[in-house]
Design a binder for this molecule. Sequence first.
Ligand code: PMP
Length: 438
Amino acid sequence: MTQSTPANLDAFWMPFTANRQFKAQPRMLVSAQGMYYQSDDGRSIIDGTAGLWCTNAGHGRTEITQAVSKQIQELDFAPTFQMGHPLAFELANRLIKHTPEGINKVFFTNSGSESVDTALKIALAYHKARGESSRTRLIGREKGYHGTGFGGISVGGLGNNRKGFGPLLSGVDHLKHAWTPGTEFTKGLPKEGAHLADELESMVALHGAETIAAVIVEPIAGSGGVWMPPQGYLKRLCEITKKYGILLILDEVITGYGRIGDAFAATHFNVTPDIITTAKGLTNGAVPMGAVFISDNIHQAFMSGPEEVIELFHGYTYSGHPVSAAAAIAALDTYEQEGLFNKAKQLGGYFEEQLHNLREFDVVKDIRNYGLVGAIEFKSTDKFGERGYKVFEHCFWHGNALVRCTADTIALSPPLILEKEHINELMNALHCAIRSLN
Ligand code: PMP
């Protein structure tokens, strides 16, 4: 079913969008099924990005639709402040079956940004609860993206997301991002670069471990340009944090729920952080929800006061919303029944091969991939981001494909239900689009 474009696009101030440019030639999606969107001009557009890294089980899943509609009729809303409803508990119990050992507590949010701010607050409050109130410093990483809350942009490492918004949180430092020149066109994880984690040792020397609360990184940095962790980097970072009593927060908002071949990057890379932040794929993108996974250790530190006292003064009206919880349980059923967390392992090799064929073009500066995540970076022209945007537009209008551009990098993160022919279709669109640049 298609609808026509609304006559007036003025009122909606679109997020992270060049509004005037968009509204001059709007790209409108009106329905979706499986691997495809439908545009308002009646075209089928292959989804190369799972929406925004969300719809891992593909679009229009009837299991989720039915669970949501049943839940709205049965219990549309119930508070989780001093009240409970069964689904939030059921979902938490289901989710911790997939988390690393020792991480068995779940705090629900509505988005990745809220998950990040929740994680940072829990980290600070944890140290305070243990009598280490001097641990207030937070450490992020250059090019890191952790959503748009004030906590998230403070630890985030993207200038444009920070510059316009005042002094941000104080006492924040940033590690160098984990990419080394000379690793261009690596298939999978770069061999070089684990030593970059040692910079945390320098920060400890500079600030004192007793001032550092937590380090937050994305296992694969997405929005900052899609950067893979060098082999051994995350393990090394984890070891250093443990050595100094610093908490490690892995922001798995994009890697969570199967993107690289396991439920979480933490288990995939055999790294046990203290906190994991997620959202997006939790409900297959169908309704907003986020989940923060917290170690039993951290949780325990909050449980020693009098029973009648609230342990953590934090939460959201919609934490564990029944409709979102129903969607997440249905999404989890689908992921588990269809073995989708494993899909990146099955198709990752083919995806990698096809992606790296794009190297034939002279304008391509680098290609990066892992699991079902891919990136093509172009040599920049005088106008930064021009090539990325042109390829994105060409794919949409002429290749009938949705890809994502962040500056001069095209990011790919297709739904995990895809098959080889979908990969071919995406690559054809990209070939044509890149050829049009020359
Ligand atoms: N963290 C990471 C790693 C993300 O990729 C994103 C969103 N792309 C967020 C946090 C923020 O999520 P949201 O947009 O749902 O607030």
